[in-house]
Design a protein around this ligand. Structure first.
Ligand SMILES: [Fe+2]
Length: 216
């Protein structure tokens, strides 16, 4: 499978049976075939995503619903690729991973709304658990390879109508990612939005995913 070609065509790629024997190595090896595995802000290269006390509900270690977003929206240069590995989906059936194609959502909007998203700067704050200044930029930036999207709806203060419409269009384009233990999926963080449903087991949830960023 040509991962980069799939990513460029569909925005994401799903590898149902990547194997469970060494998830960190599986993630790193897969990403290294088309990108540079990279860590941000001194965090581990492969992050374990499971509930931890003290995190806001919509965060990698929280247990709430996590609205569809791009990662590191508040960072000058967010990671181009995100690879996720499912060690254990939540037995209780929550915490389902979601994707949505931001390009399809944009195509569902009026030209006026798209123009707003491309021209009006929005301030994206870092989440509570990260000490980093906010970034102000339009949500959509045109590039030769297709629009670059920054989006983190739940941290915006009183989003105006075009931004609300974009969020609604994103939610009309949800893909439920079909994961099992040993499934890996990789997506383009400049194009695809990702999120999850609420964890049903709270802090005692057995949900365990891993994440690795890749730089183009
Ligand atoms: Fe995320």
């Amino acid at each position: 499978m040509d991962l980069l070609k799939e990513l460029q065509e569909n925005g994401y790629v799903l590898i149902k049976e990547a194997g469970l024997h060494d998830p960190n190595d599986t993630l790193e090896t897969a990403v290294a075939t088309f990108a540079q595995p990279i860590s941000y802000l001194g965090l581990p290269l492969v992050m374990d995503l499971k509930p931890k006390p003290g995190f806001q509900p919509a965060s990698y270690a929280g247990t709430g619903v996590f609205d569809l977003h791009t990662d590191l929206s508040w960072f000058e240069k967010p990671p181009k690729y995100i690879a996720m590995f499912c060690v254990q989906p939540e037995s209780a059936g929550g915490g389902r991973p979601l994707l949505a194609d931001g390009w399809k959502a944009l195509a569902d909007l009026s030209p006026e709304d798209v123009d707003y998203l491309k021209t009006q700067p929005v301030t994206f704050p870092a989440p509570d658990h990260i000490d980093y200044p906010p970034l102000t930029d339009p949500i959509v930036t045109d590039r030769g390879e297709g629009p670059f999207i920054r989006f983190r709806y739940d941290l915006l203060d009183e989003p105006p109508a075009p931004v609300q419409n974009f969020f609604a269009a994103i939610n009309d384009n949800i893909i439920y990612v079909d994961v099992a233990p040993g499934t890996m999926f990789i997506f383009d963080n400049d194009r695809m939005l990702h999120g999850r449903t609420e964890l049903k087991g709270g802090m005692n949830s057995d949900r365990h995913f891993k994440r690795l960023y890749g730089d183009a």
